[in-house]
Design a protein around this ligand. Sequence first.
Ligand code: ZN
Length: 285
Amino acid sequence: MPYFGVHESISGGHENAVYAAAAHGFACVQIFSKNSNRWVAKPLEPKSAQKFREALTQTGLIAPLIHDSYLINLASPEAEQLEKSRAAFTDELVRADVLGVPNVVMHPGAAKEDTRENGLRRVAESLDGIFASLPETNRVRVLLETTAGQGTYLGSRFEELAQIIEFSSFKDRLGVCFDTCHAFAAGYDFGTPEKYDAVFADFDKIIGLDRLCAFHLNDSVKGLGSKVDRHAHIGRGELGLEPFRFIVNDPRFADLPMYLETPKGETDEGDWDVVNLKTLRDLIK
Ligand SMILES: [Zn+2]
């Protein structure tokens, strides 16, 4: 059975995210390592990291995952933004190491006025430089996330993620996170058994299923190929229940963490995270 997780807020302390995820019955948690809308944050206190690690031990939660700040664009052709992004992403890997988090998931970024190929190269170069700058003890891995492909944003085709890996000198530090909403919005249809098999056969051929380290399970507000990144509750968007049924029952993904990034709040049926988790569990045969 896959491990279901959820994105939680670190407001009031990183450990709060762990306790919130555990209280709702999840096995894993995803967090921002700091305020995701600011470039710099004060350094992580060793005491905060210790509380986070203790919370993991106490709750038994596994596979903690950090999502990088939305400001970061390692593909940027603009010198100042690129430099700030590299510094900020270095900080994400340092924080992950201190918190005992093995993986950081990131959006590859936007090529802006430059070509997509140059953008992809710059992501790989940025990551190479960052990995090289870190102490040998920092073995945090980076998961490239499939994106919806809005505008000049990179990573909406499996080929683009494969190219970043191809360009990288640190291939063993790279994995992929498959976001169901983003892939669907990017034009990947996996709504029937045949189409599902074809999409993951493609993934395997182009990237390799051995690179697939995590899923983001989100339904999509917008339709197939819309290129719009708007998450919906599981089974209540344009994807519907079937694609999730295929994923959670696929023996190839039985050991992978799968995180919800669905909207927070209450419904008549209770807390949305609890409702979405139950929806996923009910799909398991
Ligand atoms: Zn995602």
